[in-house]
Design a protein around this ligand. Structure first.
Ligand SMILES: [Zn+2]
Length: 368
């Protein structure tokens, strides 16, 4: 059977979280047993699933539970390259934090796709180990918060041309409201799972207004601090945004910094894995927006955002022809984990800032 041939697999689909993995598996047209001759390294503890979308053989690789970040993503990609010699590119599919601006109306559940803009290649990495190095810049009264600087550490490669070439058509079909809403059709593939349904509320707070509770819900946050937004026009529930994604080992939960990155670099999304891949293999980053990268972040939208990102990935693979992909060179044997990926370890936060996130390092917002 063709599906048992390891050399057939040309597309890697990489995810990090359980909900991303579940959504990815639901997008497969067919699921296959592990291929014959599969030689998974004893040290390779990633989870793999196998299947097909629109004639593409797809191997889904998920980071082991509890591991995320730039280096972990690089390791799963390296493991995949070793086990699947004919992979042509990877899709990094999962959730991320949005950076809404007046120009870019990014909302929860939308999808952001890495696309080169200006002199940026679609993903920028910044070294958060240097986040607090201007010691004294954050003063106890909150003044000086705007002086805090990130250092952008490098330029990352652009996504493969075969994928970029498919985007204009995808965008046109999605914008044309007379056409079928393919994303909505793919999203329906998880209709049987209530936990993946679209949450009811989508609230964006003003930039300088901080979350008012040690808990995750915003029930103590003031309603007059909510940004008033018009309902979305048209009949598309999920919008797609193409542009620059910022990647680092830390979670962005700081609306002031979010807005600065949006203004200065045109960043529309923050995430934690892509920088581990972009300079080492042809890769496109697809992120469902689960938060506004601020102190009000909670997990309510994670499942649905993972689903919308997976739905976009399916639609992309449904648009790209298999023959075009096969023409690309494989990336086996070319993979290296660079020192830059590892980066500096995060520094502890200054004592005058409050942290609400659990489970990992974050970028904090100073109380004012
Ligand atoms: Zn809140």
């Amino acid at each position: 059977m063709a599906e048992s041939v390891i050399e057939n697999y040309t597309v890697g689909w990489i995810c990090a979280l359980q909900e991303e993995y579940e959504a990815a598996c639901r997008m497969l047209d067919d699921e296959f047993e592990p291929p014959d001759k599969l030689n998974i390294d004893i040290k390779d503890d990633n989870i793999y699933e196998y299947g097909m979308i629109n004639g593409h053989y797809v191997v889904i690789g998920c980071l082991p539970s509890g591991r995320s970040g730039v280096v972990s993503a690089a390791i799963v990609a390296k493991d995949m390259a070793r086990s699947f010699p004919n992979l042509r590119f990877a899709l990094m599919v999962g959730i991320g934090g949005g950076a809404p601006t007046l120009e870019r109306d990014v909302r929860l559940g939308d999808v952001v796709v890495s696309q080169p803009e200006g002199d940026l290649g679609g993903v920028v990495q910044f070294d958060l180990g240097k986040r607090f190095q201007i010691g004294g810049g954050i003063r106890g009264n909150g003044e000086g918060a705007d002086e805090v600087l990130f250092k952008r550490t490098g330029q990352l490669n652009s996504p493969p041309a075969v994928l970029l070439g498919a985007m204009p058509r995808l965008l046109r079909l999605h914008r044309d409201t007379r056409k079928p809403d393919k994303l909505a059709e793919h999203i329906k593939l998880m209709d049987d799972m209530p936990s993946f349904r679209r949450p009811d509320w989508d609230v964006l707070y003003k930039t300088h207004y901080l979350h008012q509770s040690a808990g995750k819900t915003c029930q103590n946050c003031q309603k007059d601090q909510i940004v008033q937004r018009q309902p979305r026009p048209g009949n598309r529930e999920v919008m797609i945004h193409y542009g620059t994604i910022a990647s680092s080992n830390m979670l962005m939960e700081n609306a002031v910094e979010r807005d600065r990155y949006a203004k200065e670099l045109g960043v529309i999304c923050f995430e934690m894995e892509a920088a581990g891949l972009m300079n080492n293999l042809p890769c496109l980053v697809i992120r469902g927006i689960c938060s506004y990268s601020d102190s009000h972040k909670n997990d309510e939208w994670n499942n649905y955002a993972a689903l919308t990102a997976a739905a976009y990935a399916k639609e992309l693979l449904s648009t790209v022809r298999h023959a075009k992909v096969k023409e690309m060179p494989s990336w086996a044997g070319k993979f290296q984990i660079s020192k830059q990926m590892v980066g500096a370890p995060p520094l502890p936060p200054p004592s005058n800032i409050q942290r609400f996130a659990e489970g990992g390092p974050s970028i904090y917002q100073v109380y004012t």
